[in-house]
Write a protein that binds this ligand. Structure first.
Ligand SMILES: [Cu+2]
Length: 491
């Protein structure tokens, strides 16, 4: 009785106390995240960069004996040298719906210019920063450039400050659909408009197949508006019945986009720039495109003359191929899966035997923090490899949304999904879309020495901690991430 009464008397104190505790917890988690996001100085080349405190003098001495990332540059090219200039600047951008917004652009436009080069070309791009205060960089998403050209602020270079410039040079060795974006404060800068397409055309397009009309379609979110090649109205391609279109879709947004093709069967001929082997005809399947991913679709126009490619994230941005009667809308369709798509290649050297390294990355969320194996940012120990080694990596999506997981500097092969080995075409990617509950096994060959960022390409998730390193033993960097240098690649 007495106890009951005292409990009642405690209630008015207890509830505010509980609330205060909750607020306190929320605030401390928030500041913990800020601290993680903005350390004062981190050497991402350290093999144990747990916290700012761990960056000791001993580590620097050790670092001095290695090979510097900035000394790793492009080799000889077999093709021509192609030069481009990209100038980043604040721009009042007028959209084609009449609205204007404060964007950050390359050469006055967003997306920036579409760069087209040929397989084997030497690509030289001079980046100038006119007035983006925090500095900018260029990361060549999907192209396996040498370490010094990867454009990650605080790892491979310092952010390029206003009035400064940086010249990138690399060999476009593998044909395909790629894109570029700033990797300084990437979640902010990509959304402000600092991105664009880069297409590497093959020397021998389609072998003996008929010539296709090429269309690159880059989707992005500029502030709150989803744009397709900078337009708010979609894309019209003028082609006639019987003609073939190669549609290079790039998802430059943070969310997964689901595409449908109405009016004709189609093929997924490439994923992340890598050709599929004997890709079959698909009819009415939904193609999910994770953030950062690229799918090339091949469509032959029917006699009725019109095909419409829709995207569930932006109903106002259809891609219309040809003209003629409107094809029927499609709904409730099967989702495309690469697990059994296409055919295996003869004499496939893979799957390999026992790898040199095995890693497991559990992608999840803890309150406001996106995590890998329960940790965030530089508190995640890096994966370590030596040049020439092989690694088998298990990716587990434990929640917190879709995690399109991206590796810098490497193309990996997908071995299995949820324990089932792939039975169709080999699938080579740089970004793998993972959904909650899914488990993938991937395989990579450590053939590009450097210090490589590995992160979720929902850049919001990366900015909340889902970002780590794949470090080669013996590679060092003199650049630093943190508030001291101002290099904050994932913010
Ligand atoms: Cu994610």
């Amino acid at each position: 009785m007495t106890r009951k009464r005292s409990a009642k008397r405690l209630l008015p104190i207890g509830i505010p106390l509980l609330l205060a505790l909750l607020v306190g917890l929320t605030v401390s988690v928030y500041f913990w995240q800020i601290r993680l996001q903005k350390p004062s100085e981190i050497n991402m080349g350290d093999h144990r960069h747990h916290s700012a405190a761990a960056v000791g003098a001993g580590m620097h001495e050790h670092a001095a004996s290695g090979v510097a990332c900035e000394s790793l540059v492009a080799g000889e090219a077999s093709g021509a040298t192609r030069e481009f200039d990209l100038t980043a600047a604040r721009t009042e951008l007028r959209l084609d719906n009449g609205k204007t917004l404060e964007a950050w652009t390359f050469n006055g436009i967003s997306p920036g210019p579409e760069l087209r080069v040929n397989e084997g070309d030497r690509v030289v791009v001079t980046l100038r920063n006119e007035d983006i205060e925090d500095g900018v960089t260029l990361h060549w998403h999907g192209i396996n450039v040498p370490c010094s050209q990867d454009g990650v602020a605080g790892v491979t270079q310092d952010a390029v400050k206003p009035g400064e410039s940086f010249t990138y040079a690399f060999v476009a060795a593998a044909p395909g659909t790629y894109w570029y974006h700033s990797h300084q404060m990437s979640s902010i800068q990509a959304k402000k408009g600092l991105l664009g397409s880069i297409i590497v055309e093959p020397r021998n397009p389609f072998g003996l197949a008929p010539k296709a009309t090429e269309v690159a379609a880059l989707y992005q979110r500029l502030e709150s508006a989803v744009l397709l090649n900078g337009s708010t109205r979609g894309l019209k391609v003028s082609v006639g019945p019987g003609e073939t279109v190669r549609l290079r879709l790039t998802n430059g947004d943070n969310e997964t986009m689901n595409f449908s093709v109405e009016g004709a069967p189609f093929q997924v001929v490439a994923m992340d720039g890598h050709d599929m082997h004997e890709p079959g005809l698909l009819d009415g399947e939904i193609v999910p495109l994770g953030a950062g991913q690229r799918y090339d679709l091949l469509v032959r126009l029917p006699d009725s003359g019109k095909v419409v490619v829709r995207n569930d994230a932006a109903d106002n941005l259809p891609i219309t191929l040809g003209s003629g009667s409107e094809p029927a809308r499609m709904e409730g369709l099967k989702t495309f899966s690469f697990v059994d798509y296409g055919a295996p290649v003869p004499n496939d050297p893979l799957p390999p035997g026992e790898p040199d390294r095995r890693y497991e990355l559990r992608l999840g969320q803890l309150l406001f923090v996106s995590t890998i194996n329960g940790r965030s940012f530089h508190e995640i120990p890096p994966m370590t490899v030596k040049e020439g080694e092989t690694a088998r990596i298990t990716l587990v999506n434990e929640g917190g949304g879709d995690h399109p997981f991206h590796f810098h500097g490497h193309t990996f092969r997908v071995l299995s999904k949820n324990g089932n080995p792939l039975t169709g075409s080999p699938v080579y990617l740089d970004t793998l879309l993972t959904k909650k509950g899914e488990i993938y096994e991937i395989f990579l060959v450590a053939d590009n020495p450097g210090l490589w960022m590995v992160h979720c390409h929902n850049l919001e998730h990366a900015s909340m901690g889902m970002s780590m390193m794949l470090n080669y033993e013996g590679i060092t960097t003199s650049y630093r991430v943190g508030t001291k240098s101002g290099n904050l690649p994932d913010l």
